[in-house]
Structure formats: structure tokens, C-alpha cells
Design a protein around this ligand. Structure first.
Ligand SMILES: [Zn+2]
Length: 127
């Protein structure tokens, strides 16, 4: 039997980001299937308890991928041109775009958590 607290990888949510409730694990001999099943359990949990957070998190994830496009373009040209300037530019773009994005996520998750603590319903699901 698989214990609930088993860590299945960085993409598998063992606990809810907002309310810290345990996300049920699913027994399967295939680790990929276990991770995917737990991810689906997490999505179900978000749909049921935190629909606003789910919508916001999806938008944030899309915005997280947008800078990748510009970074890939700069990295391609820096490889073609063998330019140190372009490598530095790519590094600056990474820092300038991702640091604010991560700060926004950190602050917003905190707001969602505080709202859940104040107004959230199923207290027994929280630990
Ligand atoms: Zn939750």
C-alpha cells in the first residue's frame, strides 16, 4: 500500500497550495500513472474548493511560459552569433521577467490562503 505522504515528484501535489489539504494518492505500479492520477485529484480539489485560485493559477502559468519564447529566440541568436552580449541579455530577460512573476505568485498565493483561512468552509480538510 502506498502511504499518502509519499513524494512522487515536483509536479505532483501532495498537498493543496491554498488550504494544505492532503491530495489523495492513487495506487498504480506505473509512477507516471500515479503522478497523473494525483494531479487529476488535485484538479478536482481545486474545482471543488478553489475555483478562483484555479482560474488565476492557469493564467499565471500561461504568463510564465510567454517569456520562454523571447528567451529561446535570444538564445538561438546568441548561439548563431556567438555573442556574449546576447547571452547576458538572455540572463537579464530571465531575471527581469521571472523575478516579478514569482513575486506576484508568492503574494497572490498568500492572499488566497489568508482568504481561505478567513472564509473557507470545510475546516476538517485543513491541517
Ligand atoms: Zn485546497
Amino acid at each position: 500500500m502506498l502511504p499518502l505522504s509519499v513524494e512522487l515528484g515536483p509536479l505532483t501535489h501532495g498537498r493543496c497550495t491554498v488550504c494544505r489539504a492532503l491530495i489523495p494518492a492513487v495506487e498504480d505500479s506505473n509512477p507516471g500513472a500515479r503522478m497523473w492520477a494525483r494531479h487529476l485529484n488535485y484538479v478536482d480539489h481545486l474545482k471543488q474548493y478553489h475555483p478562483e485560485y484555479r482560474r488565476w493559477s492557469r493564467l499565471w502559468t500561461y504568463s510564465f511560459y510567454l517569456p520562454v519564447i523571447s528567451i529561446v529566440i535570444i538564445a538561438y541568436f546568441s548561439a548563431v552569433e556567438r555573442s556574449l552580449f546576447l547571452v547576458l541579455l538572455a540572463a537579464i530577460v530571465v531575471v527581469a521577467l521571472y523575478v516579478p512573476l514569482l513575486l506576484i505568485r508568492w503574494r497572490s498565493v498568500r492572499v488566497f490562503r489568508e482568504a481561505w483561512i478567513l472564509f473557507g468552509k470545510p475546516k476538517s480538510r485543513r491541517e
